[in-house]
Write a protein that binds this ligand. Structure first.
Ligand SMILES: C[S@@+](CC[C@H](N)C(=O)[O-])C[C@H]1O[C@@H](n2cnc3c(N)ncnc32)[C@H](O)[C@@H]1O
Length: 282
């Protein structure tokens, strides 16, 4: 089984407004007023999950994540103890552990790290309450220069074998992949894609803001392997130079297009009982 990459809540917390926008756009399509049980799968360091608690103040809210570092940060942020934080790998997480049927399952920017994630959707939809919602978002940017250049740099490094294997992430689907899959599970599905044009570092404080961005996410598997300073520099120096060419600074800042894939599925509501037939006493 693939080892999970390490996570750094502080590094991930940079660019928080850019990272939080897809989550808000995803949850905006979950059209339920008062869910009882809401679960954030791959909740990370907490801010996004806490917005769910604000949106649905009466709901029980659970955040599940594999990373102890991310959960520790989430618990610190959640001073009122509003959310139940659970450490689990999503491949092992059992919805029955909730003790109740969830009304909303959200998973944002996480399934790209989870091999076989399509297969997990069956159990998650099955676990939902009737009329419940599953909302997912995954990056659709694996052919973008940021990721292509990462793979090419890895191929030229002395530890190429390990690095290319670590960057061989589980494939994410297209909007139609998730639409077809979730529709087959009996859901009404809305699937779409958005390419955000992030404007990074408008104040010119960071030489390479795209590098700073990926160091908190897509580059984590490389950083986990290259703990030796010289080996790491042999990767970062050429990669940073390629990124600076691919994402030049403009007067507005560094423009970083980022494609994301969304799907929001609603499980069929319970059938409404037929009205009682009145028998004619005559
Ligand atoms: C990019 S962060 C997204 C965090 C949060 N959903 C957000 O939108 O800010 C990805 C999260 O997925 C978690 N993750 C990755 N693989 C996982 C797995 N197999 N099981 C549970 N969590 C996982 C990581 O620990 C990390 O916190």
């Amino acid at each position: 089984m693939r080892e999970n990459a390490s996570w750094d809540p502080t590094a991930y917390g940079r660019f928080s407004s850019e990272r939080s926008r897809p989550f808000a756009d995803l949850v905006a399509q979950v059209r339920t007023e008062s869910p009882r049980l809401v679960v954030d799968l791959g909740c990370g360091h907490g801010p996004a999950t806490l917005t769910l608690a604000q949106l649905w103040p009466d709901a029980r809210v659970v955040g599940v994540d594999a990373s102890e570092a991310m959960l520790e940060s989430a618990r610190e942020l959640d001073r009122d103890g509003r959310v139940e934080w659970v450490q689990s790998d999503l491949r092992e997480w059992d919805p029955a552990s909730l003790g109740d049927a969830p009304d909303v399952l959200v998973t944002n920017s996480t399934l790209q790290w989870v091999p076989g994630h399509l297969d997990l959707l069956d159990a998650w939809v099955k676990a939902l309450s009737q009329g419940g919602w599953l909302a997912l978002q995954v990056p659709g940017n694996f052919d973008a220069p940021s990721h292509r250049l990462m793979r090419e740099t890895a191929e030229h490094h002395e530890r190429a074998g390990e690095l290319t294997a670590a960057l061989d992430l589980p494939a994410v689907g297209e909007p139609a992949t998730y639409l077809r899959y979730l529709a087959r599970l009996g859901c009404d599905v809305d699937a779409w894609e958005t390419t955000y044009l992030h404007v990074l570092d408008p104040d010119g404080e960071d030489d390479n803001p795209v590098l700073s961005w990926v160091m908190a996410t897509g580059l984590r598997p490389v950083l986990d392997i290259l703990t030796d300073e010289a080996e790491r520099a042999a990767f970062i120096e050429p990669y940073a130079a390629h990124l600076a060419d691919a994402y030049p600074r403009t007067p507005a800042g560094v423009l970083f297009p980022f494609r994301r894939v969304f799907a929001v599925a609603r499980k069929a509501p319970a059938p409404t009982p037929a009205p009682a037939t009145t028998t004619d006493p005559a």
